[in-house]
Design a protein around this ligand. Sequence first.
Ligand code: GLN
Length: 293
Amino acid sequence: MPEEPWTILKLLQRTTRYFKDKGVAEPRASAEILLAHILSQDRLFLYLNHDRPMEPEELSTYRACVRRRVAGEPIQYITGFQEFWSLAIRVSPDVLIPRRETELLVDIVLDSVRQSRDTENSLTIIDLGTGSGAISIALALELPGTRIIAVDLSLPALKLARENVRKHQVEKQIHFVCGDMLTAMGDQNQMVQVIVTNPPYVGHTEMQQLPREIRDFEPRHALDGGLDGLSAISQIIKEAPSVLGPGGKLIMEMGAGQSESVSSLVVNSQKYLDFRIFKDYSGIERVLVAKKA
Ligand code: GLN
């Protein structure tokens, strides 16, 4: 007797059970996202086509994706996408997967630009460690008059960011620089109104405790903030004032529990007029806004 073919519904039920057994988070949603991905459809399609039989080739592609997820690979690296600021951002293991809490950085930059007296058209923003380009693209779309310099040390990251920039059609506003903040500015010091950055800030002890999805799959240089997690952060606090114009702002993400150390670094540098720390949606002190004197 021939075996009954796998239908979408049967496959989803089976994968959900398998993911559950293997301890994969959000088993049903993950099964659906992967299946929709390999069929190049959205999740609604799956609901409307429960009885559609799977082709053998589709089955084997799907099974390969399921195996990667069970081995710990983040679903976003398998599908190649993450949503950020309601935009589809392409991701790969060369870049950090943009996080929900990083949308707060974008929110704060927007508020700060809209409150300032500078007209949007004269603004230059540096996005330091742009990775996938998510922050730069969200800002470019929200602030069509600004110029954004997207900086990263990683060439493969810049390549992907460029792809994202093209996809969202903001090439005219975003300029790429491979290097660090100071190379990005060359000798054009004090020309920038805003530096926005999500630097690597995970300390070594914390790194060991990260879920394997992050620790074993996301790029280490985007996470590793040295022994205490503060090495990139302290360098940025020190260097930003030579790049910012008077009254310019450093807007930087930080890790849970770092706000006191970050505050001391800002105060001790004696280069800032004032600063504030904003909590994220989970109540964690997450974003520094420091205004240059
Ligand atoms: N928030 C990231 C995490 O999930 C860390 C990102 C970073 O170091 N900038 O661990």
